[in-house]
Design a protein around this ligand. Structure first.
Ligand code: FES
Length: 278
């Protein structure tokens, strides 16, 4: 029956080394998901909760792009079409601020490219003039590069110069900001990339939305696992990425404490992965 079909993997495709594009059947999430929102997936009853940004939705299913980096994401990437996830919670988090802003610069790094896809599409539909910078190490890692044809300007970058501009998205961002005036920026990718792009946005005095990929457990604001410090001019407050975010103005994120918290479990995660791969 329909109920049983929920959370079944409908389609799985390899995008790059260790990176998979997965469509999961789920009527509720498929209908309700808005750009910027995420899901929390569990593979088994005792499994870790994996937060993943929704890359697309179509009324009955949603799409995620997963990179195998730890035990849980490896397990998720090893599932096949027809397999059923233990549970999926979502859509979670506040949607992106989709409205007319004017000139919008949208930056995606690594698997962050999948996260910016629905945001870029929605911003384009809202009448914005959008410039998209996507970057990865090599052409093989530059995922979804054919899916941004709707952008007014697309600037691909690779570290080794195998495709597009030779350099990283930060280099390309600097060049672009010298050329053009932007009203708002979105930047999604590794924490260090979001930190650096936020520093540049601060210099130019442009609001910048980043999507924080924090540690998450319940995703409902109860456990405190995702707490993050947001510093505005005269205040410092704790925000929960799962309910107050995941998007924040990167100019106000306390990046050092965020990155420190993110790395806190790195050692345990490494051990778990080594045990899993043995
Ligand atoms: Fe528990 Fe956000 S994940 S409070």
């Amino acid at each position: 029956n329909q109920e049983e079909l929920n959370n079944v993997i409908l389609r799985k495709r390899k995008l790059a080394y260790g990176v998979h594009d997965v469509w999961i059947k789920n009527d509720l999430i498929g209908r309700q998901a808005k750009p910027g929102q995420f899901v929390i997936v569990r593979i088994s009853e005792k499994g870790e909760r994996i937060p993943l940004t929704i890359a697309e939705s179509n009324g009955e299913a949603f799409r995620i792009v997963v990179k195998a980096v730890g035990k849980s994401t490896y397990e998720l990437c090893s599932l096949n079409e027809g397999d059923i996830l233990y549970d999926v919670v979502g859509p979670l988090g506040k949607p992106s601020e989709i409205k007319y802003h004017g000139n919008v610069l949208i930056i995606g790094g690594g698997v962050g490219i999948a996260a910016i896809l629905p945001i870029a599409k929605a911003l384009k539909s809202a009448g914005n003039n959008i410039t998209v910078i996507i970057g990865a190490r090599t052409i093989q890692d530059l995922i979804l590069r054919d899916e941004f044809t709707f952008a007014d300007k697309l600037l691909p970058t690779t570290d080794d110069g195998s495709f597009g501009y030779k350099g990283n998205v930060i280099d390309a961002m600097k060049i672009e900001l010298e050329k053009e005036n932007y009203n708002v920026i979105w930047s999604i990718g590794p924490a260090i990339m979001m930190k650096l792009s936020s520093e540049i946005a601060t210099k130019y005095n442009i609001p910048i939305w980043v999507s924080l990929n924090s540690i998450m457990i319940d995703g409902t604001g109860m456990c405190g696992g995702c707490r993050t410090v947001i510093k505005t001019d005269n205040s410092e407050k704790i925000q929960y990425v799962c309910v107050d975010g995941p998007e924040f103005d990167g100019r106000y994120v306390d990046w050092d404490s965020f990155i420190k918290r993110l790395n806190q479990y790195k050692e345990q995660e490494k051990l778990a992965l080594e045990r899993y791969l043995k």
